[in-house]
Ligand binder design. Structure first.
Ligand code: SF4
Length: 708
């Protein structure tokens, strides 16, 4: 599409669907926005959040406009220059590093960051400061899927593409509510089903969501029983002769151990544990077994769990035993929560990773980066602190300084009261953000104002591995700077100016793509110019002799059934099915699960400013079954106290049969800045994490509910 000078093609910066948008600057300075009909991820469609995205840029009432600083915790923040803010930050960082070592400092970043920003922070701390203490809020969201893919397929690689939706005849949605959280994908699913009566949707969720309501079969399992269900389906697939034995023999390892594992429980026993009808498991297994196209979707219901990796593996196993992967309409599709969670993973934005899907524990990988970056220090072989570990280390004074970029842990961390206390104890906190509405700004010693969406340029990768370029369309207000520039200016203050001597984000991107050469995510054909011309591309896209315009996307991975493992075979893992969440007891007998609502995003620093979006559900609520409410003499709309082992929340109850007895649901969006710290769902959430992915167990915390 040819754009006019005042029209810009960009990408929605909310969820991982990565919808293309067209933004027009009107003569009066107002913005208008519509879906980009040329963008293959959404073909012009937008959900309620995306349609209202431009209002978040036009309303600048909450913007951080200039750097602020305080010299000690008893002072209030004062306006300072960029040089003063960065000089002081560099001086404090250098002091801590000299006295306590490089691991005394950390960066906590975000799936909102552009790929170039992610890359730069990684390069700075891992290659130049000499610590792996960088983690991202994607740890709270995607890390179980990352480990699941790596353990089964050999790499963190989403094997499918959105076009697989139209080629599937069974869509298995588990631990996800795409009708609210990935609406444009869901519209494609619904349109496909409407056009093809044989297409079936199976939804697995302890709650009756809008996704469950529009499914053919809802398996309303007990929380934490996903693996039991997946194993029972696996058993039936084997017993019914619905596995692809040639594929299993030629392209996988581990089947026999898996077969023995899933035979340990009868389907009736599994159904009892899951709290569902065994006949429904049989229907699900038959539909999956007979499907030509079996596409599974999942998000936080599997990932945000103390057994999140095993849940992922038990689902991917269903694709491996049936050979329903690497073929049109087939494959396990982890729906990304954030707009650039995948770009962050590609650039090594987790404490255990390096750019190009490399690992810090791998000596060869470290050496490749040390040589490429010409690092003044050796990259540490030990993974750095993960998201939750950073806050624990701040509380213990093992970590002295933290730099938080574009995320709001004062609302989003599990056991958020402990995270808040950790930030209070921290010796030095830098907050780099767009909005003063981020609760975390209140905890900062230095506040750095960042440019927002449309005010900077760079790239993002969406859930189907599609990289899109986002141009700069507007000047940032006040003295706000693009995040990349803030980092390269700081790097220079730290004495690393030569290695961070960038003039623009294209230079950063060109450097990054070189590192991907020969890796599973080789994008050496890609640069900003190509993306400006071709709009988007799905990785891998290695350099070739093709003309620039003819570089093509890789839509689907593993079509040759060669996986990224050393012997090219996918690994079937026979995982245990027991849940390890916080136990309920007579004092805290209910299970609390948390999640998103349709029109809000994360901690509401953006969507909470849009009147149209606030109308949908204006206040937090606790969804509880009428039987549980009756036992507690609670009426619909009554104010209640939800208490757990770590804190409490005061909220109005909503009586609903959408949750099973014994389960209640609280949205995760509200924080202190939007009322009171008694709104925060994460006052209650468990500190348990998956041992392999270190992702928290947000979906299962023991609570009690009583009248206020
Ligand atoms: Fe934005 Fe996601 Fe909605 Fe698309 S589906 S418009 S990316 S929030």
């Amino acid at each position: 599409m040819k754009t006019q000078t005042n029209t810009f093609q960009s990408t929605c910066c909310y969820c991982g669907v990565g919808c293309g948008v067209v933004v027009t600057k009107e003569a009066n300075g107002q913005l208008s926005l519509e879906g980009d009909k040329t963008h293959p991820s959404n073909n012009g469609m937008l959900c309620s959040k995306g349609m209202n995205l431009h209002y978040t840029v036009m309303d600048q009432s909450d913007r951080l406009l200039y750097p602020q600083m305080r010299l000690n915790k008893s002072m209030s923040l004062q306006r300072v220059s960029w040089d003063e803010a960065l000089d002081r930050t560099a001086a404090v960082f250098k002091t801590f590093i000299k006295k306590y070592g490089p691991d005394s400092v950390a960066f906590y970043v975000s799936g909102q960051c552009l790929t170039e920003e992610y890359y730069l922070v990684n390069k700075l701390i891992k290659g130049f400061i000499g610590s792996n203490n960088i983690d991202t809020n994607s740890r709270l969201c995607m890390s179980s899927a990352v480990v699941g893919y790596k353990m089964s397929l050999g790499e963190d690689s989403v094997p499918v593409t959105y076009d697989d939706i139209e080629a599937a005849d069974v869509l298995f949605v588990t631990g996800a509510n795409p009708a609210w959280c990935h609406p444009i994908i869901w519209r494609r699913v619904e349109a496909h089903k409407a056009d093809n009566q044989h297409v079936k949707i199976i939804c697995v969720d302890p709650r009756v969501t809008d996704t469950a309501r529009s499914s053919d079969l809802h398996l309303q399992i007990n929380p934490g029983t996903d693996i039991v269900l997946n194993h029972a389906i696996g058993r039936l697939l084997i017993e019914n002769g619905n596995i692809d034995i040639d594929f299993v023999t030629d392209h996988t390892d581990g089947f026999e151990t898996y077969r023995q594992k899933v035979m340990q429980r009868s389907v009736h026993e599994a159904a009892e544990i899951c709290g569902i009808d065994p006949h429904d498991i049989e229907i699900a297994a038959r539909l999956i077994g007979e499907a030509k196209g079996f596409l599974s979707f999942w998000t936080m219901g599997l990932n945000q769990s103390v057994i999140g990796v095993n849940k992922n593996l038990s689902l991917i196993n269903l694709h491996l035993i049936t050979g329903k992967i690497g073929r049109a309409g087939n494959g396990p599709f982890s729906l990304t929560g954030q707009p650039n969670a995948m770009g962050g993973r590609e650039t090594g934005g987790l404490a255990n990773m390096l750019p190009g899907h490399r690992e810090v524990v791998n000596a060869k990988h470290r050496e490749e980066l040390e040589t490429f970056w010409q690092t003044p220090v050796n990259i540490e072989p030990k993974p750095g602190l993960t998201a939750t570990e950073m806050f624990e280390a701040l509380a213990d004074d093992k970590l002295k300084a933290i730099w938080i970029i574009n995320t709001n842990p004062m609302v989003s961390m599990p056991d958020v009261n402990a995270a808040e206390n950790a930030l209070k104890k921290a010796r030095f906190v830098v907050v780099q953000d767009v909005s003063s509405r981020a609760d975390t700004v209140q905890m900062a010693d230095v506040v750095l104002p960042a440019a927002a969406w449309l005010e900077k340029d760079g790239t993002m990768t969406n859930a189907e591995r599609r990289i899109t370029y986002l141009p700069k369309a507007l000047d940032a207000p006040g003295e706000a700077l693009p995040d990349s520039e803030i980092i390269w200016r700081f790097a220079a203050k730290m004495g690393f100016g030569e290695a961070f001597n960038y003039k623009n984000t294209s230079e950063i991107y060109d450097e990054y793509v070189k590192i991907t050469a020969g890796t599973s995510i080789d994008i050496t054909a890609v640069n900003h110019e190509l993306l400006r011309k071709n709009r988007s591309i799905q990785w891998p896209a290695p350099a070739s002799d093709n003309a620039f315009e003819n570089i093509t996307s890789t839509k689907r991975l593993f079509e040759d059934h060669q996986f990224y493992t050393p012997n090219k075979k996918a690994q079937i893992h026979a995982v245990d099915d027991e849940n390890a969440s916080e136990p309920t007891d007579p004092e805290f007998p209910l299970v609390l699960t948390t999640g998103r609502i349709r029109d809000q995003w994360h901690t509401m620093t953006k969507t909470g400013r849009v009147a149209k979006l606030n109308k949908h559900i204006p206040q937090p609520f606790l969804q509880i079954h009428p039987d549980d409410a009756k036992k507690r003499n609670l009426n619909d709309g009554q104010l209640a106290v939800v208490a757990g082992r770590r804190g409490e929340v005061r909220v109005k109850v909503q009586l609903s049969t959408d949750v099973r007895p014994g389960l209640c649901f609280l949205p995760m969006h509200w924080g202190k800045m939007l009322g009171s710290n008694l709104n925060r769902a994460n006052n209650l959430t468990s500190t348990l994490v998956d041992p392999k992915s270190k992702e928290p167990d947000f979906k299962f915390s023991a609570v009690q509910v009583s009248a206020y």
